[in-house]
Design a protein around this ligand. Structure first.
Ligand code: ADP
Ligand code: MG
Length: 575
């Protein structure tokens, strides 16, 4: 190796054009970044309408025009200079209320493309137009322009061949642009957006101001039935509302989780992770929901200056917000029975169909009163099918309840409530149950049982390798005074299940032993599917299920209740 091979050159400051091109690389990564920056400027200018035209995936031309406040002619040359902005009047980076603030977008675009900006600040005022090539002004004239601004960008990346080569195919870039505009439109539901890609309308919103309407405009009316609202709540100075889809409607990728913080579309990692976690038990592997979470919080609690393209923000108290949100999402999901319905859902407001679907008290003699619970609409018990299914009729279709899973859910919630609240004294068993333990397991069993005491299981040694189970928590349908008939489930399974579970738990201190224990004990002792239930037992089971917090889905994510939508039946029967 020869040292002379490396010849040191003097340090110098780069010419401004080169420096600008380097800086631009961070802000303007691809055509969609240009669209994003220009639309954000339009939004910051208070536009009520924004029109975007894109040709050749944005490489040929991107044009964004708005009816915002415009730029007075004497300030226009400043707008295209680096670090020139009207958005930090107090130079205070801690209270940013606009989407832009760095004064970098226009000069960055001008460094990697040809940029034309035309603007007028008020009705009747003369406008001005600048043309920039390679960052330099090459055209400057007075023009007539309606109030607002039009920016046209062409020959994008022509002077950065490496960037041009690294772009994916045109289709992918165009998809990126559409997605970008969708996000911006969702974050600004009060603004009318129109996006044209190669002359074809790709998105149109009405600017209604409602997030729900914006979602429908973006995803189509078919999602309306799957949408559920997360009612407004507050956590640590943040105000949150949300719209989420139930598992009837899913997507193959996670691009449809939208978090909007003070009007900015963003992806706070913790919040998204918690949201996905809340959905996990309800969604098949690889499927994702559609959701919008809108967070409003004082600007001091958000740091938007952490990502070159401002794609990330740092949200103070994000963990607390995420936890509270996840709880609410779970509550919504746990209460929603899975629906079997038509793939295509004609939103039928046909009064005839409605009339048919409303149970008519007049013509139907009602042998039993409907079962009324917080979780379901009033349900009329029809009967009991094979496979342990209880069949009921509701105003919106037929409900099928899996009796085993229903009982499982009731037991599991009861056990967890007992653990949490220690509300009820254990129930003494009329006769203690003897549990015989293998000699090698005696120690472990004893240790484990002292933990189980916190759940209400009372046990005492009985000879060298036996224990007596004397008292248990209230177990609806097994032991204890509840509305479910005793011995509905498999009481005889209680002792062997405890024994087996003790064998499975190596270290009873590990974090989720309790949950595993509860789930498995509930599964073993819940009524079997082949057990034929008396009518009053069916009723009691559905009643108790409807009073649980999560009646729709079992802990493994399988349905407890299925709803056969009336429209599905009508279509399938060709009524
Ligand atoms: P920033 O948005 O960070 O301020 P930009 O380079 O994007 O930086 O824009 C520079 C300035 O030009 C803005 O601060 C704003 O005053 C003005 N400007 C840019 N686009 C528009 C627009 N569409 N309408 C009104 N003013 C605009
Ligand atoms: Mg900007």
């Amino acid at each position: 190796m020869s040292a002379s091979r490396h010849q040191r050159r003097p340090i110098r400051i780069l010419p401004p054009q080169v420096a600008a091109r380097i800086a631009a690389g961070e802000v303007i990564e691809r055509p969609a970044s240009v669209v994003k920056e220009l639309v954000e400027n339009a939004l910051d200018a208070g536009a009520t309408r924004i029109r975007i035209d894109v040709r050749g995936a944005g490489l040929h031309e991107i044009r964004v025009s708005d009816d915002g406040c415009g730029i007075p002619p004497d300030e226009l040359p400043l707008a295209v200079q680096r670090h020139a902005t009207s958005k930090l009047p107090e130079d205070d980076l801690n209270r940013i209320e606009t989407l832009g603030f760095r004064g970098e977008a226009l000069p960055s675009i001008a460094a990697v493309a040809e940029l034309t900006i035309a603007s007028a600040a008020s009705e009747g005022a003369l406008g001005r137009r600048l043309v920039l090539r390679d960052g330099r002004v090459v055209g400057d004239e007075a023009v007539a322009h309606p109030p607002g601004t039009t920016v046209t960008v062409s020959r994008l990346f022509e002077n950065v061949p490496a960037r041009l080569a690294s772009l994916r195919n045109e289709r992918a870039e165009a998809v990126d642009i559409v997605r970008t505009v969708q996000r911006l439109a969702l974050a600004a539901p009060h603004v009318r957006f129109s996006l044209y890609v190669d002359g074809r309308a790709a998105l149109q919103t009405t600017g209604s101001g409602s997030f729900r309407t914006a979602l429908l405009e973006i995803y189509g009316a078919a999602i309306v039935e799957a949408l559920r609202e997360i009612e407004r709540f507050e956590v640590r100075d943040a105000e949150i509302v949300g719209l989420i889809t139930i598992p009837d409607l899913t997507r193959a990728d996670r691009n449809h989780l939208h978090v909007i913080v003070n009007g900015r579309w963003t992806q706070p990692r913790t919040l998204l992770a918690r949201l996905e976690e809340a959905y996990r038990p309800y969604l098949p592997r690889g499927r994702h929901p559609i959701a919008v979470v809108v967070v409003r919080t004082p600007p001091q609690l958000v740091d938007v200056n952490v990502h070159p393209a401002k794609l990330e923000v740092r949200l103070r108290h994000e963990r607390d917000i995420a936890r509270a949100l996840a709880e609410r999402v779970q509550t919504v999901l746990a209460r929603t029975p899975k629906t079997l319905s038509l793939q295509l859902r004609p939103r039928s407001e046909d009064p005839l169909l409605r009339a048919v679907s409303e149970p008519s008290a007049m013509y139907e003699p009602e042998p039993d009163a409907p079962i009324v619970t917080p979780a379901f609409p009033p349900l009329r018990l029809i009967g009991h099918g094979n496979d342990g299914l209880i069949v009921l009729e509701g105003p919106d279709g037929l409900y099928l309840v899996d009796q085993h899973r229903a009982h499982e859910r009731i037991l599991a919630e009861r056990l967890l409530a007992q653990y949490r609240d220690r509300r009820d004294a254990p129930v003494l068993l009329p006769e203690p149950v003897i549990i015989d333990v293998r000699p090698a397991h005696v120690d472990r069993f004893q240790r484990w049982f002292s933990q189980l005491a916190s759940l209400g299981f009372r046990c005492e040694p009985f000879g060298p390798r036996s224990f007596l189970l004397r008292a248990v928590p209230e177990l609806p349908g097994l032991v204890g005074g509840t509305s479910l008939p005793d011995h509905l489930g498999e009481f005889g399974e209680l002792a062997p299940a405890l024994l087996d579970l003790a064998g499975e738990v190596d270290d009873a201190n590990d974090a989720d032993w309790l949950e595993r224990f509860v789930i498995q004990l509930a599964c073993r002792t819940a009524v079997r599917r082949r057990t034929v239930l008396a009518r009053h037992a069916q009723r009691a089971l559905v009643q108790a299920l409807g009073e649980t917090a999560a009646p729709a889905v079992c802990p493994h994510g399988s349905p407890i209740v299925l709803r056969l939508e009336r429209q599905l039946l009508a279509r399938q029967f060709r009524w």
